[in-house]
Write a protein that binds this ligand. Structure first.
Ligand code: ZN
Length: 101
């Protein structure tokens, strides 16, 4: 994992710890509905009509916008971590070990 990704992950963890001290993110039925759909919304897997509902809610609700930003940042870190290339020779060393096992 690169230094940049480690730093971003550490910042995100510190942010999440700060968030846990706040009142619950789901502050009402509209928030609960939005948060139930948040993952699908961020993954682009929500039907258009529901995208509008979630997007409108995020525009009007700071706690849910904050939660969505956190989830998006987490997704970005995971995606960047998965995009890193293995060090040269690692694949061959693993293959040799597996053959020796
Ligand atoms: Zn909300």
């Amino acid at each position: 994992m690169s230094t940049e990704i480690r730093r971003d992950a550490a910042e995100l963890i510190a942010y999440a710890r700060g968030q846990s001290a706040r009142p619950g993110a789901a502050c009402g039925p509209a928030c609960e509905e939005a948060l139930l759909r948040l993952e699908a919304y961020l993954d682009g897997e929500l039907p258009d009509v529901e995208v509008t509902v979630v997007a409108d809610h995020l525009t009007a609700c700071f706690p849910c916008t904050d939660r969505a930003s956190f989830e998006q940042a987490l997704r970005d870190i995971i995606r960047r971590s998965c995009a890193e290339q293995a060090p040269p020779g690692l694949l061959e060393r693993v293959r040799l070990r597996l053959e020796q096992a």
